[in-house]
Design a protein around this ligand. Structure first.
Ligand SMILES: Nc1ncnc2c1ncn2[C@@H]1O[C@H](COP(=O)(O)OP(=O)(O)OP(=O)(O)O)[C@@H](O)[C@H]1O
Length: 233
């Protein structure tokens, strides 16, 4: 049974290593972080500072080696695969490589975001939800396009729609605006912010994009695997 709490994510004393034997190297050092439901948190820091590692640990995509990560009240350190699968269903992931299926239209790609979660008997509802989400990301006139006929920025917005269509509790995004021009990038982040206010969706976003910092509720900066600043706005 999954639990619910007021904090979306609570990280305590998190350490992480890569490699083994002589090559074993610590990448994350004693990270503590509590993220409120409905907030938009940005993780910043130089290349190699540990942002993606922290995001994947919080997103149930990597085993927690030492310390505690509670996701929606559920401890990930030592959690069962069954719990991990159930938790991942409550998350939406947006990564830089958008991984769209080239043979499926924008709408069909977005539908996959709900189909993996649910029943097969709601065809029309899935289609409508996918088209609605594509409209929200500004692609209402492109729902039946194949990825090959979309620009890099448009493909990225399809990936955003796919991550959001299942109404996830938490969105984990790694450089979601990197492929987007200023206006499209702002639109995506504004949408995530609005989902936080309206649906209580929590967003944690890794970015180097200074343009979107004004929209963040909180900016956490990592250096050499440790948090060096934590600014609430
Ligand atoms: N699979 C891996 N195997 C070995 N070392 C890794 C692995 N993944 C990350 N690291 C190391 O862990 C540290 C943190 O990497 P991470 O990718 O989390 O940083 P980042 O801040 O996300 O960087 P970037 O902004 O370049 O994506 C780096 O020193 C990196 O070399």
């Amino acid at each position: 049974m999954l639990k619910n709490t007021e904090s979306a994510i609570v990280v305590q004393g998190l350490n992480h290593w890569f490699g083994s034997g002589e090559a074993k190297k610590q990448a994350i050092f004693d990270v503590h972080l509590e993220i409120e439901k409905g907030s938009l948190t940005v993780l910043m820091g130089p290349s190699g500072s540990g942002k993606t590692t922290v995001l994947t640990l919080m997103g149930c995509l990597r085993d927690v080696q030492e310390g505690s990560v509670k996701l929606l009240g559920n401890e990930l350190n030592g959690s069962s695969e069954q719990t991990n699968v159930a938790l991942r269903r409550r998350l939406g992931f947006i990564f830089q490589a958008h991984n769209l299926h080239e043979s499926l239209t924008a709408r069909q790609n977005v539908r996959m975001g709900v189909e993996v979660h649910g029943r097969k008997d709601r065809d029309d509802a899935y289609d409508q939800a996918a088209a609605h989400m594509l409209t929200l990301v500004g692609l209402g006139d492109r729902v039946d396009y194949l990825p090959g006929n979309l620009s890099g920025g448009q493909k990225q917005r399809v990936a955003v729609a796919r991550a959001l269509v299942s109404n996830p509790d938490i969105v984990m995004a790694d450089e979601p605006t990197a492929a987007l021009d200023k206006e499209s990038g702002m639109n995506v982040v504004e949408l995530l912010k609005r989902l936080g206010q309206v649906r209580g969706t929590t967003t944690v976003m890794v970015t180097h994009d200074n343009r979107i910092l004004d929209l963040a509720d909180r900016i956490v900066t990592l250096e050499d695997g440790a948090i060096v600043s934590d600014e609430r706005r």
